[in-house]
Design a protein around this ligand. Structure first.
Ligand SMILES: [Zn+2]
Ligand SMILES: [Zn+2]
Length: 507
């Protein structure tokens, strides 16, 4: 949908132009009260609506008889809990690039851009400042290493989709530990320019590892660990596939290796741990994908908290960059009696939506859809339900009038809602405030409402540092430059340069 300049500017004047800066003074280094942390671990469940935390807790209570780890944390008096306003410079609904950039340089940014304004003004990153102060840095993710969220702390780029360029930029970013997916951006055989980035990283002193066993046990020295061609597979697929378990470490294992590697330095470390597939499952409206990756994320948070408890000098911040998909578990049946049993059926799902759509194929009949759903999800779809899915895959969605609900993933999720009772509102990000929890020295500053860009000053102040990037650009000025530069900045890229599912900046 094209939005005219006039309407963009009108919207901006109405709302986005006024950005509250009230709390930022509280995060100046001289205003810091109490002990400062030596280390900071910033944990991000990308695209995590509050309902995902809620549903992961329900799920673990049902299947394991215990609270989820994050829910346990929120019950503790020594853990602060609040919310984050996630909006970006271009929209009330942010993408991951603008969100992570806000954390990484303290300024709201245009969706799709990382640590740069639409006029080309570059912003200095958190990790660049930290490294100058002798602080070690790390990025751990289940997406490609070059995806938006890890990039927000270290990368400056006008188009987040230029992941092949981001991989090359990491060579000069000096991040001590880089763990995630995205072999296609580092491997000479897959890069069209034939650059062997693994070799170039090794020449700079990095230990390069490409499978789980090689990673486990690595302790000292810089590490580049890349474990999959593109994003790391979903946890629900990992649970059901031994070859993935052999090849790919869990997020908790990556987090543990990173902490072991980074700890012990004179000036401490900052580490970002991202559960990036929570967002991807939200985009697919795939509840099993989302819950299992949320649990895998919380396993990694547990590693961070256990380290911080022992160490006593580490601030752990746990949050999201925005919500995705608008998931909710709905009351269903008389006295809502069908909800609990329906929700419990998610335990029978053995695959994420990707392999399910692959198995259904491009020209399915209703009975082919029924067979796949029975085998991989245990649900016996009615013929009309299966037919609706088969029709949608072949371009005849029964919800063709609904812009946000007509795609195959939406229709599959809408039909499955009859069984597991979880519904989604779209395949896109949503504007929700997201949860923030914090533990350790400085956690008191994470109470109540925090704007995303305030975490930059908070993290710098925690380390006694200060940096002012160029002033916040207004929406009007940014829109003016974007109107002029948009086609050049977001020009179409070749497949080798970007992740297959990220050709638009909606992640
Ligand atoms: Zn995101
Ligand atoms: Zn997303």
């Amino acid at each position: 949908m094209s939005v005219s300049r006039r309407s963009l500017l009108t919207l901006g004047a109405a709302g986005l132009a006024s950005i509250p800066f009230a709390r930022i003074e509280a995060f100046q280094p001289q205003a810091w009260k109490g002990k400062r942390p030596k280390n900071i671990i910033f944990c991000v469940a990308d695209g995590m609506a509050l309902q995902v935390v809620t549903m992961a807790n329900h799920y673990q209570q049902m299947t394991e008889g215990k609270h989820s780890f994050w829910t346990e944390l929120m019950e503790r008096p020594d853990v602060a809990t609040g919310f984050q306003d996630t909006r970006s410079l271009s929209s009330i609904v942010t993408d991951s690039a603008a969100a992570a950039g806000a954390w990484g340089s303290g300024r709201r940014q245009w969706n799709g851009q990382i640590n740069v304004y639409p006029d080309g003004t570059k912003l200095r990153t958190l990790y660049n400042i930290a490294q100058e102060a002798g602080i070690k840095t790390g990025l751990v993710t289940t997406t490609t290493m070059t995806h938006a969220t890890p990039s927000g702390f270290a990368v400056v780029i006008d188009n987040r989709d230029r992941e092949a360029d981001i991989a090359a930029q990491h060579l000069t970013n000096n991040v001590d530990v880089l763990l995630g997916g995205g072999d296609k951006f580092f491997n000479a055989e897959k890069r069209k320019d034939k650059r062997d980035l693994y070799k170039e990283f090794a020449a700079k002193g990095y230990q390069v590892v490409k499978d789980r066993n090689s990673l486990l046990g690595l302790k000292s020295g810089k590490i580049l660990g890349i474990f999959s061609d593109s994003h790391v597979p979903f946890s629900v697929d990992r649970m059901n596939d031994v070859s993935i378990q052999t090849q790919v470490p869990t997020l908790a294992e990556m987090a543990k290796t990173a902490i072991e590697n980074l700890k012990g330095g004179k000036n401490g470390f900052i580490l970002q741990i991202e559960g990036g597939k929570v967002d991807h499952a939200g985009h697919a409206n795939d509840i099993a994908g989302q819950i299992h990756d949320q649990i895998a994320f919380e396993d990694a948070v547990k590693v961070a908290i256990e380290f911080a408890e022992k160490d006593g000098e580490t601030l752990v911040i746990i949050t999201s960059d925005h919500a995705t998909g608008g998931p909710s578990l709905n009351g269903a049946g008389e006295e809502y009696g069908d909800t609990t049993k329906g929700f419990a059926s998610i335990a029978g799902i053995k695959a994420s939506f990707g392999p399910i759509f692959d198995a259904i194929g491009k020209k399915p009949t209703a009975s082919m859809v029924q067979d796949v759903i029975r085998e991989k999800m245990t649900y016996g779809l009615k013929e009309a339900e299966a037919q609706a899915i088969a029709d949608t895959i072949q371009g005849k969605s029964p919800f063709g009038l609904l812009e946000l609900q007509k795609a195959p993933q939406s229709v599959l999720a809408l039909i499955l809602q009859n069984y597991h009772k979880v519904g989604y509102t779209s395949l896109n990000h949503t504007s929700d405030h997201v949860l923030v929890s914090a533990f350790g020295p400085g956690s008191q500053y994470c109470h109540g409402m925090t704007n995303n860009f305030e975490f930059f000053n908070l993290m710098l102040a925690a380390k006694g540092l200060k940096h002012e990037n160029p002033p916040q650009m207004t929406f009007e000025e940014a829109a003016k430059h974007m109107e002029k530069n948009k086609d050049a900045v977001f020009a179409e890229l070749e497949p080798w340069q970007t992740s297959e599912d990220c050709s638009c900046h909606q992640h």
